[in-house]
Design a protein around this ligand. Structure first.
Ligand code: ARG
Length: 459
């Protein structure tokens, strides 16, 4: 039998394969609540403007509530023959209220309808990402506060570079996630315009009040161009862009947790609640959550690229290609929220191993730069010469199989006879970090200022 929505023009129904490739109900049923919210706003507006009689609008309103409760309670029979969530809801509304259901679609198209539903859904995800980011940032600030003056090695090229503080390292991630948060907020502000009332692509001859529906749905204003309104998916791409950068940050941190929790580093102990065991090796405690967070990035980047590819060749306005937007965004959103929550849990629960951090901080000639700076400050050597002298001292220590503070004063003076005993002060890691008081530097003093600033920001 031909489709009840457009059967007028069709003699035959679709081939089974046509139905299979065309139907989106399997995934877009996730837009049910948004679809019904959009329809309620549209119906109320049809009543307020006199486009549809009040009694019909009232029947539609009640009927939509019934359909919503059926969907929420799980006793709604979704049908692939009805293609998508929009037609599933409308068909059921017809069964529930009869003839007035046929007036709901006045001055509207599935094109502005789906654009509206999907915007509402993505807007909720931006809000959820904001909540998840804030929780993670609070957990990081908590770690930074308890270890503001704990010393650990700072790395470049994953080679020991200079000592930093644990608090400083945690607060670096707070800055990164704060940028993600600001991107999410920007995206939300930009996307919060209503496509509803753009109809199929050209607008409508009915005297619709787009301002009214925009307001009812929490949008700041109606979109200004009907062609753009139905063909734009920037909001979904911006969400995926925000999600991709955030996931990249999560992945970098996850990578550090994997390294840090290894027996070779032992910088952190992850809690049992956020670790897994091995079915064969009894000693194992694996950082699976961190590894999975690291892997989630792949699918989130994938979604971003996939939707860019879907959109890049589409002429205005709507093409069915755009139905492929949802699964990518659904999957990316689900996995981003999961990754944020798992990271928050891991960070909240993890224990930094202070002795291991400090022992590692002192190895690998981590205070060589402090030594070179001392030669400049105290002996007035040009920095390049100080760099060279320090390099010779590192080579000497390496030959002796010891670290810089283990060299004797005599050995040092053999390399440069101006060196005096107080050089040893700057070779200690605590003095090293304490000296880095420049704005944004790693000294505990500066770190505590940042912790205080963020605690106030985060409430
Ligand atoms: N299921 C469709 C989608 O997700 C709804 C819009 C269909 N519009 C159309 N003209 N066929 O994009």
């Amino acid at each position: 039998t031909s489709n009840q929505m457009w059967g007028g023009r069709f003699a035959a129904g679709p081939d089974a394969i046509m139905e299979a490739i065309n139907a989106s109900i399997g995934f877009d049923k996730r837009l049910a609540a948004q679809d019904i919210a959009g329809s309620r706003a549209h119906a109320a507006m049809l009543g307020a403007t006199g486009i549809v009689e009040a009694s019909d609008v009232e029947a539609i309103r009640k009927g939509l509530l019934t359909v919503l409760s059926e969907i929420e309670s799980g006793d709604f029979a979704f049908s692939a023959a009805l293609e998508d969530i929009h037609m599933n809801v409308e068909a059921r509304l017809k069964e529930v209220i009869g003839a007035p259901a046929g007036r709901l679609h006045t001055g509207r198209s599935r094109n502005d309808q789906v654009a509206t539903d999907f915007r509402l859904w993505v807007r909720d995800q931006l809000d959820a990402a904001e909540t998840g980011l804030l929780a993670l940032m609070r957990a990081l600030v908590g770690q930074a506060e308890s270890g503001a003056d704990w010393v650990m090695p700072g790395f470049t090229h994953l080679q020991t570079a200079q000592p930093v503080t644990w608090g400083h390292h945690m607060m670096a991630y707070v800055e990164m996630f704060a940028r993600d948060l600001s991107r999410v907020r920007d995206a939300r502000a930009r996307m919060n315009e209503s496509p509803l009332g753009a109809a199929a692509l050209a607008g409508t001859s009915f005297p619709v009040d787009r301002q009214m529906t925009a307001e009812a749905l929490g949008f700041d204003r109606p979109m200004a161009n009907s062609l753009d309104a139905v063909s734009d998916r920037d909001f979904a791409l911006e969400f995926l862009g925000c999600a991709s950068i955030c996931a990249m940050h999560l992945s970098r941190f996850a990578e550090e947790l994997v390294i840090w929790s290894s027996a070779q580093f032992r910088f952190v102990t992850l809690s049992d609640r956020f670790s897994t065991g091995s079915s064969i090796m009894p000693q194992k405690k694996n950082p699976d959550a961190a590894e999975l967070i690291r892997a989630k990035v792949g699918r989130i980047f994938g979604a971003n690229v996939a939707l860019m590819m879907v959109m890049k060749g589409l002429p205005l306005a709507y093409s069915k290609d755009m139905q492929e937007d949802k699964e990518q965004v659904f999957d990316a959103a689900d996995n981003l929220m999961l990754a944020l929550a798992a990271m928050e849990g891991m960070v909240r629960d993890m224990t930094a191993n202070r002795p291991a951090l400090e022992a590692a901080a002192a190895s690998g000639f981590s205070t060589a730069t402090d030594l070179a700076d001392w030669l400049v400050r105290v002996l007035d050597l040009p920095f390049r010469e100080a760099h060279h002298v320090t390099g010779s001292l590192v080579a000497l220590a390496e030959k002796q199989g010891c670290d810089l503070p283990d060299l004797t004063l005599e050995q040092m003076q053999g390399v440069h006879n101006g060196i005096t005993g107080d050089v040893f002060d700057v070779l200690g890691v605590h003095n090293s970090v304490a000296s880095r008081t420049s704005y944004g530097g790693t000294s505990p003093e500066r770190v505590r200022e940042q912790v205080a600033r963020w605690k106030e920001n985060l409430g």
